[in-house]
Ligand binder design. Structure first.
Ligand SMILES: *Cc1c(COP(=O)(O)O)cnc(C)c1O
Length: 371
């Protein structure tokens, strides 16, 4: 699905030198590389504060810990997302409330959020799924009306631009009260190990999240609140600082591959190619098709036989996961989510795809579907 090896080879000299610099400095934890990367990332996202942490799941957890919520408080999230988004809600003894996504964009449906709000609702977690932004303007409006926090799960959409109706542009992750991202190797800005970051424009939240990520301390050995240990290590930060300079090029490479797929599958009766909403661009963390009147799992198997990777993101939505059994899943009737779950398939998308590979992939898919 990704080709991190060939991507690495193109920046190997710079990356290897940066790693060696960290080794020579012996500042393995919270060294200069972490500070440099944090600053560059903060500038790139256009956020006021950026807090690095150990991974994207921790970023979400730290964000939710900072909101001062009580057990049983409700957090509205899409059911159609990676498990990390919703798992941390349950881990913190909060209640995940699963809502529908828009059938075209795969992102949380603002109307569904409105319907799910109760007196216990405290936060909304929109996920910019596959690399395009959820309808943030509508979501922020709802949050303001009901006095709710918004935590953006930006793990799949770093670098994505959101355009407000007045023409203002912002990077996803800098729009909600808090934004979270992941540097898992296959993400658009991937480390060579784990990493994550949290964004906010709120000084008090920034201070609290920084403390939470560091055992609840501001002054060493004085622990004012219960926190955790979540650090980005210096080697990963040094690598990420080099890759951040490439991120916009990486996005263009993904968009170019996506355009090839779009063209090859245009107007095919069995294929719906990704729809991009007018308020966002798409950074194609995933390139995901919806298949109609086709054997999706058969195609998945056929492609594997042809040595073409393809994935089902995600085969089981949140409201059907056993881990959430305590939350009364029977009451959920999320038709769009279930419908998508049975029909989506994601194709290889990364920065190293060439025309030959793309032609082979598209022709085999068309072969199978036209049989
Ligand atoms: C990858 C991902 C996460 C979690 O990030 P990790 O770094 O793997 O912990 C959270 N949410 C979404 C939508 C993701 O894709």
């Amino acid at each position: 699905m990704v080709d991190t090896k060939n991507q690495y080879l193109k920046i190997k000299t710079e990356v290897d030198a940066a790693i060696h610099e960290v080794l020579d400095s012996a500042a393995y934890i919270n060294g200069k590389a972490v500070q440099d990367f944090t600053k560059s990332l903060n500038d790139y996202i256009g956020s006021t504060f950026t807090i690095p942490c150990a991974n994207g799941t921790d970023a979400l957890q730290i964000a939710m810990m900072a909101l001062g919520l009580e057990p049983g408080d409700e957090v509205i999230t899409p059911s159609f997302t990676y498990i990390a988004t919703t798992e941390v809600v349950a881990l913190l003894k909060l209640k995940p409330v699963f809502v529908e996504v828009d059938a075209k964009t795969f992102c949380i449906d603002p109307q569904a959020i409105r319907k799910a709000i109760t007196s216990k609702t405290k936060a909304i977690v929109p996920v910019h799924l596959y690399g395009q932004a959820a309808n943030m303007e509508a979501i922020m409006q709802i949050a303001e009306e009901h006095n709710l926090f918004v935590i953006e799960d930006n793990a799949q959409a770093i670098g994505c631009d959101y355009t407000f109706s007045n023409g203002t542009k912002k990077k996803t992750g800098s729009i909600g009260h808090i934004g979270c991202t992941s540097f898992y190797p296959s993400k658009n800005l991937g480390a060579y190990g784990d990493g994550g970051a949290i964004f906010t424009n709120d000084e008090a939240l920034a201070k609290k999240m920084k403390m939470i990520a560091n055992h609840g301390q501001e002054k060493r050995y004085y622990h004012d609140i219960v926190g955790c240990n979540s650090r980005l290590d210096s080697i990963q930060a040094a690598i990420l600082n080099i890759k951040l300079k490439e991120l916009d090029n990486y996005i263009v490479a993904r968009q170019t591959a996506a355009a090839f797929y779009d063209k090859a599958f245009a107007n095919h009766p069995k294929i719906t190619t990704p729809f991009v909403a007018p308020f966002t661009n798409h950074v194609y963390h995933q390139y995901t098709l919806i298949l109609k009147d086709a054997d999706r799992d058969g195609l998945n198997t056929y492609l594997a036989e042809k040595k073409i990777p393809s994935m089902i993101y995600y085969p089981v939505p949140g409201h059907r996961q056993k881990m959430f059994a305590a939350f009364g899943l029977d009451k959920y009737d999320l038709k769009t989510t279930d419908w998508l779950t049975e029909r989506v398939i994601s194709l290889p998308i990364h920065t190293e795809l060439d025309v030959e590979q793309l032609s082979y992939i598209t022709s085999e898919i068309l072969n199978y579907l036209n049989k």
